[in-house]
Design a protein around this ligand. Structure first.
Ligand code: HDE
Length: 742
């Protein structure tokens, strides 16, 4: 059916020729608006658009029959998406323009409230596979059949920053897992740290208010280094175990892929007879634990604020699927009663040396989302989502969370039907009588929408199932109604000390450095001093180091509800370095390359990287790439200014003598090597590169982790060295803060 715009005959003429000067709608040439309409003479009822070059080389849209037609949300085909409907050429826009109104209306409503905490997150799909049956302790369907896979969706997040904040904030990371089991969704909404700041959910709003930007000035963003946060925690001694963790490198992970995850609270597993076993959940990354250093984190935030999300996206798309083992610590009431601390207190962990972690499954992330908003933003985790066979403990934090998550989803997603959104919908059969409400898409069918009813098995709808249905563990609870904190929750420092003493020297140094950094941003001296008074109850050397770093005289120790137990045995599992990766697999080498660099060396190096299962990116003076010694060309991923060494786990400097002379005059190139050196990275160095190190002032300091790349055989040696996380002795040797406190 021939279609002609009604405005003028000229329109159809000009549209038949894809040479219209400005399809975006700007009226530069004084042509009539109708003339710029891209609809050709012979477009059919539902024209569709492709791209074509105009006379001046500009891109235009023209009708094509092999792409979907643009329509309104009502399905009405759209003829002109460049110009709103107006009266005359320069007249007012008409209210009648339903396409314009629908488009703008929808745009105006594109945002939903971001999460009040954990606003910035990134998700991916995958599966959980059972490797060891837990049928002995849980009737949960997901734990019955070894080898069976359950679909999963995981969302990682930071806590304090807004949705648009940067990835490398010093912060706890959320590690929320939705398991679409055959008996309903199970949400294990955990963190990358096994303990929490507070013991009672009533204090959560205060904690979060204190760490978020101050209400008057709305800064700082995504940072705990400010007065309000340290004021709150210094008045909340129970937070100090968690503070040790957040001041450690756990709070600046290298990747989502290199973090542990923890369910944090004690949960219950319930067997077929209704017997309960206490459980703590652990996710252990196959990639090993890895973190960056603080100075590096600060710079990554500028160089690539999306560092973590890009890393996950790239790894999954490259087929390097991140994997975690699911581990459980199982214990009974007798252990709980004999444990030094209360298993209901979320500021405590159970050392793995005391209750070993039994590995029962694996979680693999193998698919990125199709659409961020539909999946990652709209996913709604609720701690109350547990299948039969998993149950809650009385941890007061968990009890409070069970209220909070459902409540917040209603606000965020706008109504009670968010389970109809595909990412939240169970993948097992569902049948209930909940109905109506905003955006209802799956109302019950048939006549009966209540229960009990007498409409019989086909029309009457679902019925309760006392055998398969969820039944709560029949725990006895009694006692006076009161607002109290159990005495068994009163020890605030012993496990904080145990965490500190479990760290290697460099990790202890980083904790001290982090505390000095954070408190140096706190303006009130009394708050700084109050924090140190708590540190005195944890470790005297740490307190002395922090006081010295702040130029403070040592205060008296804080009054402690319970004296610190000083002889809890160190636990190796608490250290990142003792649980690091075994290879360079999954990590990234940055190769600084110039024209004339030795081709055989480059080929040997890239082959060694690939053989290790790692990746590399080329950084060059020009983004166009480089020509190597044999005349071959290599494309660059980054121009040197846009590819600082903080983006890489290790670096290689492969340059010709001319290239070195050029780069030794370039500030970005000098930052590249000095930062790599300062961040204790392994550095592979071609002999020709010396001038850059000399001009950067570190030629004299190069150590055994700065390896030669002279012959192709050196490539393997270098990559093998890179398997270690970093060359930590360098930091202890060169950093002023590493010197013993006088
Ligand atoms: Fe959360 N938390 N939380 N939290 N939390 C939320 O729920 C809350 C706590 C955690 O990727 C909110 O959907 C209270 C501990 C993660 O979508 C909210 C308390 C742990 C996520 C909420 C806690 C977590 C949230 C905000 C104190 C580790 C992100 C948006 C009792 C075990 C999930 C939302 C995602 C999100 C409440 C403490 C983990 C407001 C009241 C402890 C990973 O409901």
């Amino acid at each position: 059916m021939a279609r002609k715009p009604v405005a003028s005959q000229a329109a159809s003429k000009s549209c038949a020729t894809p040479a219209t000067p400005d399809v975006a709608g700007g009226d530069k040439g004084g042509e009539s608006s109708a003339k710029r309409s891209p609809v050709p003479d012979d477009a059919d009822l539902a024209p569709s658009f492709g791209e074509a070059q105009g006379e001046g080389g500009e891109t235009h849209q023209i009708a094509r029959s092999d792409v979907a037609a643009l329509t309104t949300q009502q399905g009405i085909p759209v003829a002109d998406d460049q110009n709103s409907l107006r009266q005359g050429e320069r007249g007012p826009t008409l209210l009648e323009d339903f396409h314009f109104r629908e488009k703008i209306f929808h745009f105006d409503h594109e945002r939903i409230p971001e999460r009040v905490v954990h606003a910035r997150g990134y998700g991916a799909h995958g599966f959980f596979e059972l490797t060891d049956s837990l049928a002995d302790v849980s009737r949960a369907d997901i734990f019955q059949r070894v080898g069976e896979r359950t679909p999963a969706f995981v969302r990682f997040s930071t806590v304090a920053g807004a949705k648009g904040s940067f990835d490398l904030a010093r912060d706890v990371r959320g590690f929320a897992v939705k398991l679409y089991t055959q008996e309903g969704n199970w949400d294990l909404v955990g963190n990358n740290i096994p303990v929490f700041f507070i013991q009672d959910a009533l204090k959560f709003p205060d904690l979060v208010h204190s760490v978020k930007p101050a209400p008057d000035r709305e800064f700082p963003q995504a940072a705990s280094a400010h007065d309000n946060f340290w004021d709150f925690v210094s008045l909340t001694p129970e937070s100090f175990h968690m503070i040790m963790w957040t001041m450690s490198d756990r709070a600046i992970p290298r990747s989502f892929r290199t973090m542990e995850g923890f369910g944090v609270h004690t949960f219950r597993l319930i067997d077929a007879e209704g017997q309960s076993t206490f459980v703590k959940f652990h996710w252990k990354p196959k990639q090993g634990l890895q973190s960056v250093v603080w100075n590096e984190a600060v710079k990554i935030n500028g160089a690539d604020p999306d560092f973590h999300r890009r890393d996950l996206w790239d790894a999954i798309n490259a087929g390097d699927f991140p994997e975690w083992e699911l581990g459980v610590q199982l214990f009974d009431d007798a252990f709980a009663d004999s444990f030094d601390f209360d298993v209901l207190d979320a500021t405590k962990l159970i050392p793995e040396e005391l209750v070993p972690v039994r590995i029962v499954g694996r979680l693999v992330l193998d698919r990125v989302v199709d659409n961020f908003f539909a999946e990652t933003e709209q996913v709604a985790f609720c701690t109350q989502n547990v299948p039969p066979g998993v149950d809650f403990s009385n941890d007061p934090l968990l009890q409070g969370r069970n209220f909070s998550y459902l409540d917040t989803q209603i606000k965020r997603l706008g109504g009670p039907n968010f389970t109809h959104i595909p990412i939240n919908a169970p993948k097992c059969p569902m049948a209930h009588f909940q109905q109506d409400g905003h955006m209802a898409m799956r109302n019950p069918r048939g006549r009966a929408n209540y229960e009990p009813n007498s409409w019989g098995p086909t029309e009457g709808g679902p019925r309760e199932d006392p055998v398969r249905g969820f039944s709560s563990y029949a725990e006895t609870a009694d006692g006076p109604k009161q607002r109290v904190r159990a005495a068994s929750f009163a020890d605030h420092y012993s496990q904080a000390r145990q965490f500190f003493t479990s760290q290697t020297a460099i990790e202890q140094k980083h904790i001290g450095d982090a505390l000095v950094f954070e408190l140096s941003k706190v303006e009130r001296l009394d708050i700084r001093s109050r924090v140190v008074s708590h540190l005195l109850n944890i470790d005297a050397s740490l307190a002395a180091k922090v006081a010295d770093g702040l130029g403070l005289s040592l205060p008296d120790p804080a009054a402690a509800a319970r004296p610190t137990v000083t002889n809890l045995p160190p636990s190796d599992k608490l250290s990142i370095i003792k649980n690091g990766p075994e290879s360079f697999k999954g990590r990234k080498l940055g190769i600084l390359l110039t024209n004339g660099a030795e081709a055989a060396m480059f080929q040997a190096l890239t082959a060694a990287v690939e053989a290790e299962g790692a990746v590399y990116e080329v950084v060059a003076p020009q983004i166009g790439g480089v020509t190597l010694s044999d005349g071959s060309t290599v494309a660059a991923k980054h121009k040197i200014d846009g590819g600082p060494s903080v983006l890489f786990d290790a670096v290689a400097i492969l340059v010709s003598a001319e290239g070195a002379a050029l780069l030794s005059r370039d500030a970005a190139a000098k930052d590249f090597v000095t930062d790599a050196f300062a961040h204790c990275k392994f550095i592979g160095i071609a002999a020709e590169a010396e001038a850059i190190f000399a001009k950067s002032g570190i030629a004299e300091e190069l150590d055994e982790a700065c390896l030669p790349l002279g012959r192709p055989a050196d490539a393997k040696t270098f990559i093998v060295a890179c398997r270690s996380l970093r060359h930590w002795p360098r930091e202890l040797a060169v950093d002023l803060d590493a010197q013993p406190v006088p």
